[in-house]
Design a protein around this ligand. Structure first.
Ligand SMILES: [Zn+2]
Ligand SMILES: [Zn+2]
Length: 154
């Protein structure tokens, strides 16, 4: 099979750090957990997970341009922020062996301002909905924890 996989681009606020992801995500969800809330200040984040071969850094300087940090509640998660603008730009979960990115950091099309590859990237459900800061009426499934391994809340 020589099927070429679609590639999508993203990066930090200033553009000094960039990544690309290819193919379909393992998970694309809106996360309402309190850790995401405290780390971003946002009521929920759009988190998209990939297998390691599907993720790579593409900016000049590689890890030199990034600062690695971990938080004590979740030390297996290796978070990277841009040394230039300070934005967290992607993270790697060492136990689950997965990369995750935020939907808001994916490249937009010039024409519509929409995220490129939105059909593949868009969230399919909500996770950690029990700690939500707002109700979301979008028809997607709502889970107490992760999809299919926790109580469904809506
Ligand atoms: Zn930056
Ligand atoms: Zn979260």
């Amino acid at each position: 099979m020589s099927q070429t996989q679609a590639v999508y681009h993203g990066g930090c606020y200033c553009g000094a750090t960039r990544f690309e992801v290819s193919g379909k995500p393992i998970i694309s969800a809106y996360c309402h957990c309190t850790l995401c809330q405290r780390l971003t200040g946002c009521p929920f984040v759009h988190t998209i997970h990939f297998d390691p071969p599907a993720f790579r850094w593409t900016h000049d300087g590689g890890e030199q341009a990034l600062e690695l940090y971990k938080v004590k509640d979740k030390p297996a998660k290796h978070r990277y922020r841009c040394k230039e603008c300070g934005a967290c730009v992607a993270s790697y979960h060492a136990q689950r062996d997965r990369w995750s990115i935020w939907g808001g950091q994916l490249k937009r099309t010039h024409e519509t301002g929409q995220i490129e590859g939105w059909r593949e990237m868009k969230a399919t459900h909500h996770i950690f909905y029990g700690t939500r800061m707002l109700d979301v009426e979008d028809g997607l499934a709502k889970w107490e924890g992760y999809e299919n391994t926790s109580t469904r809340l809506g």
